[in-house]
Write a protein that binds this ligand. Sequence first.
Ligand code: SAH
Length: 215
Amino acid sequence: MTDDDLATRKMQFLYALRSRGVTDNAVLQAMEEIDRGPFVRGLFAERAYEDMPLPIACGQTISQPSVVGLMTQALQVTPRDKVLEIGTGSGYQAAILAKIARRVYTIDRHRRLVREARAIFEELDLHTITAITGDGSHGLPDQAPFDRIIVTAAAEDPPGPLLAQLKVGGIMVLPVGQSDAVQSLIRVRKHETGLEYDELREVRFVPLLEGLGKE
Ligand code: SAH
């Protein structure tokens, strides 16, 4: 790909994001700064600038960029925020969060994905991200509470430990529903008086699974 081709593809990429409803300037700027290319390796690297989910290692997927944008926007991240992401995958979503938030913790059940994502964070000088191997449905009690929590794998219901580790005034965005059906992206706001739920749109994510992956 020539530099001109790359520049054109990136422009189309940003245009596609806007036309699908990603309008928040901080989110668009972060997505302009973080190149999706390095997060999509191998066979599908050529297609990194298409608005499509793509396969990554361990049978997982890097989410569709417009969905990453819409979820980040729904999370209303500010520069003061400590954010927890469940489902590191390629590391792309965490990298975008790191451009906006103060601190990002990201967990995946696949050791290999965590290792590969760490290497990219290192290359890109993204030193405010900590990537951890573990079962994210338990959250990260050591670092709790969090201002924002984002889950990028679908559970049937919001996991209790994650709700418990969200600050009062905090926001959590996650897909809920059966893994083989269409799921709903929901936003949960935690108030002094209880939880407020908003349904945002239909999405399709890989399931949130228990325990650690094989590699
Ligand atoms: N946010 C990613 C895409 C995530 S795909 C990106 O930007 O590329 C969903 C990820 O959730 C997969 O990598 C899968 O291994 C992980 N996952 C599923 N169940 C999990 C669990 N209980 N704890 C942590 N990670 C989990």
